[in-house]
Design a protein around this ligand. Sequence first.
Ligand code: NAG
Ligand code: NAG
Length: 445
Amino acid sequence: MILTLITIIFGCSLSFLSFQVQANTCNTYNHPQYGTGQCIDRNLCPNSLYLSGLCELQPSNIVCCFSVEPMKEEFRAIWIATVTNIDWPSSKTATPAEQQSELLNILNKVEELNMNAVIFQIRPASDAFYSSSLEPWSFYLTGTQGVAPSPFWDPLAFIINEAHKRNIEVHAWLNPYRARTGGATYELAPTNMAKRFPEYAYPYANNIWMDPGAAVVQQFTVNVTADIVSRYAVDGIHIDDYFYPYSDGTEFPDAATYATYQAQGGKLNKADWRRLNVNNLIQSMYTTMHAIRPKVKFGVSPFGIWKSGTPAGITGLSSYDSLYADSRMWLEQGLVDYMAPQLYWAIDPPAQSYPVLLKWWIEQSTKGRHVYAGNAAYKMAQGAVQWQANEIVRQVNITRSMRDRLALGNIYFSTKEIMRNVKGIQEELAKLYKQKAIIPKMNWL
Ligand SMILES: *[C@@H]1O[C@H](CO)[C@@H](O)[C@H](O)[C@H]1NC(C)=O
Ligand SMILES: *[C@@H]1O[C@H](CO)[C@@H](O)[C@H](O)[C@H]1NC(C)=O
C-alpha cells in the first residue's frame, strides 16, 4: 500500500503535481507519509523523498525534500489481544457501535503516535472475529460462541478498512491449536475444532488443546489461514508463542497420535516428532498463504528464548524443549518473513538480557528476514517491580542501534497499556516517533 503510494507520486502525471502546486507550497503541502517538506538543493536530499513541483518559484536545483532519515523504515506496532477481552473489545456485551468506537480510538492513537501496524487477534481459540463458514463467532465478541454480532458487523473487515485509511497495516493473528483458553467454561459451538475433531481435543492445563500431531487438525488450521488470506485484504498473518501448550507438569496426552506415527514407520523420538509437527505447520501456512497472495507477510512471535543456555549466559524456559518450537530454524530457513521474538525482559539483568537476546536473534537471520522485537509494555503495569517508561525507550534505542543488522522495529504487548498511557508511555513514544516511518520493505516478496 505504501509502496503503491510512492509509485503513484513518482509515476503520476505532471498534472497531479501541478494541481498540488496550485494549492500548496512545500511548506504547506502535507505529504500523507512524511509530513511537510522543505525547499533545499536536491544534493542535500540524497536518500530522501523529494517532489519537484512544490518549489517552482526557486531555482531548478531546489526541490521539496521530505526528510525520511534517519528513521526511513521502521515497523512500529501493537498487539491487539482479544482473548479474555485483554485489549478489545473491553466488553463482550457492549453494542457493536461501542465496540467499533473503541477500535477507532485505538487506530486513531496508533496514527497519532506515528505508528504503522496493528497485530489484531482474530482467532484466539478456534473462533472468529470475522465472518467465517469454518469457525464460530467468538465468545469474546458477542458473549456466546457461534452467535453473530447484532446488528451485524465484521470486525476484521472493519479494522482493515479503517486502518488502511490511516496508512496502518493489519496483521491477522491466529492461534493454531487452542480450542478454549485457560479456565473458560463457555459452551463450544459445533464448528469449533474441539467439536469437529473431538478425538484430538484434549483438556490440558485448564485449556482445551488440539493435537498438533493430528494431520487433519493441522490441515484445518492451514485451511482457516487460506480462507482469511483469500477473502480479506490483510497485510500479514501472524502467530505467537503457542504451539504445544505450556506444560502444567503432566505429559501432553498425545500418546495415540505418536503411536500412529510410529506404526506408519516414523522413527523420530517423541520430542523431535513434536517439533516436526510444528515445523510442518509453519511450512504449510507459509507456502499456502503465499500461493494465494504472495505479498502477504508471515510473521511469528515466539517465546524469546529459543534454548536455555543459548547464547551463553541466557537461562529460562526453552521454547525448543517446552513448546516444541524450533523457532531459530524458521528464521534460518526463511520460513517466516519476519520474526518478532517476545523479548519481555529488561536490559540489565543478564539471565534474559534484552540486548543479548536481540543480538542473538538477528544473527540467526541468515536469509535476511526482518526481526521486530516484541516489547513488554505490560511490565510497566504488572508484577512486583513495575518498569518505568524509560526501560521501553532504552529498548527501542537498542533496537535502532542494530537496525543495520535487520532489527527493524518494535511491537508492544499490549494495546491497553498504551491506551491507558501507563507511566506516560504515550509521551515517550511520541518523542521516539516524531515522524512517520514506512514499513520496512521485504524484497523477497
Ligand atoms: C482443507 O481444504 C481442502 C480444500 O478445500 C479440503 O479438501 C479439505 O477437506 C480441508 N481439510 C480440512 C481438515 O478441513
Ligand atoms: C534514546 O535515544 C535518543 C536519541 O539518540 C536519546 O536522545 C535518548 O536520550 C535515548 N534515551 C534513552 C533512555 O536511552
